[in-house]
Design a protein around this ligand. Structure first.
Ligand SMILES: Nc1ncnc2c1ncn2[C@@H]1O[C@H](COP(=O)(O)OP(=O)(O)O)[C@@H](O)[C@H]1O
Ligand SMILES: [Mg+2]
Length: 330
């Protein structure tokens, strides 16, 4: 099967010293929705810029549908659409006028422009607003217009860098409903960067987690959740200030894999609740810490992310150095 994206040992070093990508290997199947997850500064945008031919890597190889992205960049540009994180439409003209300008930039023949524009407007649900000034659009409508511009040429792969950042939940949902409609209609591969776990969970077929320029884990959402082999105990504590020694004691228990603290909530990764819960409760009780509520859940994608990419609040049992200096979400 030809892969939509095949990345082999890509490295990118900026200014001779900043190692943004450090030997990335990645495969994306054709017609998949693929999410690249990672904290700020982990290399997501750099990788996307290389795959969309804007940057050359320092070393390594990358192919799109078998075509060498680095050597045949002009060819690759013809089959991809790209929506950067930053605003990429003009706000002092209408949505239609933006699409007209982009159709000229992309070289859509004049005889096909009208149809391409009306298709793109329809796919992204913007027909009624097409003649309005973009500065009057909501954030979600601007994003849908930017995506519509990238769809004018019906790309084989659509790259989206943080497509819904800053949008409210209903605007995010509208963006994704239109995107999925487009993907189902045209079989386009979608490659997106995000730090919204729920979005990756809901819409992607495959996920890769990138940390400090390296892919630390990849697979389907279910593969990743199952890879933790654990249950998660959510302990809602009465006291907001959790004593460090209590944390150390819980971490030291044999039945505990990991502990993550956020505010007054303790997320404890365990293999088996029946064995672990009494021991954890006893440890907290000895420290005089009362529990308001206990819930057991399966790992969420947030848990998967915390486990593989780390976080400033994560306390890793076997590698305590991960708890320090890890990049935080914004
Ligand atoms: N043009 C650039 N010049 C120098 N350093 C850069 C440039 N772009 C990104 N970086 C650095 O490369 C690393 C990865 O950045 P980036 O790819 O933007 O990460 P992300 O998109 O995951 O936030 C960061 O340390 C960032 O500061
Ligand atoms: Mg980025």
């Amino acid at each position: 099967m030809v892969l939509a994206i095949d990345v082999r040992q890509i490295t990118k070093i900026y200014d001779g010293k900043i190692r943004a990508l450090d030997g990335v290997d990645l495969e994306v199947n054709a017609a998949d929705v693929f999410a690249l997850l990672g904290p700020n500064g982990s290399g997501k945008t750099t990788l996307m810029r290389i795959l969309t031919t804007q940057f050359r890597p320092t070393s390594g190889e990358a192919y799109s549908f078998g075509i060498d992205i680095i050597r045949n960049d002009a060819w690759v540009r013809k089959m991809i659409g790209y929506v950067p994180q930053e605003t990429s439409v003009w706000t002092d003209i209408s949505g239609f006028e933006n699409l007209l300008i982009y159709s000229k930039i992309y070289g859509v023949p004049s005889s096909r422009r009208k149809k391409s524009i009306s298709d793109a407007l329809q796919i992204m649900g913007l027909e009624e607003m097409a003649d309005g000034l973009v500065k009057k659009y909501s954030g979600g409508m601007v994003r849908r217009l930017e995506i519509a511009c990238a769809l004018l040429v019906k790309p084989k792969i659509l790259f989206l860098d943080e497509p819904t950042i800053g949008l409210d939940p209903s605007a995010r949902k509208a963006v994704w409903e239109n995107l999925i409609f487009f993907k189902n209609e045209y079989g386009t591969t979608i490659f997106f960067n995000t730090h919204y776990m729920d979005e990756a969970d809901l819409y992607s077929d495959h996920i890769a987690i990138i940390k400090r320029g390296k892919i630390v884990k990849s697979g389907t959402v279910n593969d990743l959740k199952h890879s933790l082999h654990s249950e998660v105990l959510l302990l809602d504590l009465k006291s907001h200030a959790l004593d460090e020694t209590a944390l150390t004691d819980i971490r030291a228990l044999d039945c505990v894999r990991d502990v993550v603290v956020s505010d007054s909530e303790l997320r404890v990764f365990i293999d088996d609740a029946d064995t672990a819960l009494p021991k954890i409760m006893e440890t907290l009780w000895r420290k005089g810490i009362s529990i308001k509520k206990i819930t057991t859940t399966r790992p969420t994608l947030d848990d998967v992310f915390l486990n593989y990419a780390g976080s400033i609040t994560a306390v890793r049992k076997h590698s305590p150095q991960n708890a320090k200096g890890a990049p935080a979400w914004d």
